[in-house]
Design a protein around this ligand. Structure first.
Ligand code: DAK
Length: 261
């Protein structure tokens, strides 16, 4: 994927990990149509590439993303956002990828930036990260799943607090309430996130995909249906070469060589 294809992204690979860095230094990586369309394209390219097993979404500089681009959004009317299917048309590819995506939140993740991070499969944060849903200050509400995902992830009290007051929380609070999985010093964030993504990318690709799909199912269904869904996929993995290999390798006290079959 030649970098020159993108105006608002840096895209690179490290082993089996695809890294997408949002890059609009003049606007704290605010999410305009160009940037979100490019993220969709980059995600699709990595999704289709058999040499990629996991992805990382991060931001350049002091922001992950400072939200939807307010300059681009301000003049829009109801008829425009409704007819162009604003947000749904270009923002939601993250929710459709089957390979895992880790958000590495290096700085501000506000509004649509926080929602983007929550669309990823897990969030690792720098000690300098700040999360918030400040849309109320602009006369709107979160429009990219924030009211639903944040509430499911951290509970009603904190979600209401953040969405009604628009206040920002820091990485330590985000860790305490379960919004993020890990916090690192800023200079270690990418290195540690790449390590985790490499680890995931080297497991059996079918099991990884099934694990992601099954955990996500927990947000869509009842306990008994979720467990039934899990059980069927678990059974199904016994039809894969990777199950044979993974268990044989354990018994033979050697490293497993997964092939994604
Ligand atoms: N959009 C456009 N430009 C932005 C931006 C944004 N979201 N955030 C920052 N910038 C720009 C600033 O305008 C500034 O540009 P210049 O003035 O230099 O040209 C540059 O980035 C640097 O920002 P600051 O000078 O403000 O930097 P500071 O370090 O002082 O402050 C900050 C950082 C992140 C606290 C501050 O920039 C800030 O509060 N930014 C806005 C954050 C925000 O409100 N984000 C939420 C966006 S709302 C909808 C669906 C969804 C939504 C809306 C409608 N519908 C379905 C209709 C969702 C909306 C959002 O995401």
């Amino acid at each position: 994927q030649p970098m020159s294809e993108y105006q608002c992204l840096k895209v690179e690979t490290r082993g089996r990990v695809g890294i997408i860095t949002m890059y609009r230094p003049e606007a704290l990586n605010a999410l305009n149509n160009q940037l979100t369309s490019e993220i969709t394209a980059a995600l699709r390219a990595f999704e289709a590439d058999p040499d990629i097993g996991a992805m990382i979404l991060t931001g350049d500089g002091k922001a992950f993303a400072a939200g939807a681009d307010i300059k681009e959004m301000q003049p829009k009317t109801f008829s425009v956002v409704y007819s162009e299917e604003f947000i749904t048309a270009t923002w939601e590819e993250l929710t459709r990828t089957r390979k895992p995506v880790i958000a590495a939140v290096n700085g501000f993740a506000l509004g649509g930036g926080c929602e983007f991070a929550m669309m990823c499969d897990t969030i690792f944060a720098s000690e300098k990260a700040k999360f918030g849903q400040p849309e109320i200050k602009l006369g709107v509400i979160p429009g990219s799943g924030g009211t639903q995902r944040l509430t499911r992830f951290v509970g009603k009290a904190v979600a209401m607090d953040m969405i009604l007051t628009g206040r920002m929380i820091d990485a330590e609070e985000a860790l305490r309430i379960g919004l993020v999985a890990r916090v690192y010093p800023p200079e270690q964030l990418m290195e540690e996130t790449i390590k985790a993504a490499e680890q995931i990318a080297n497991y059996g690709a079918l099991a990884v995909m099934a694990a992601k799909e099954t955990v996500n199912r927990a947000y869509e269904t009842t306990m008994s249906e979720g467990v039934r869904f899990e059980r069927r996929l678990f059974h199904g993995l016994f039809g894969t070469a990777d199950q044979q290999e993974g268990m044989a390798a354990f018994l033979e006290k050697r490293e497993a060589k997964f092939t994604g079959r």
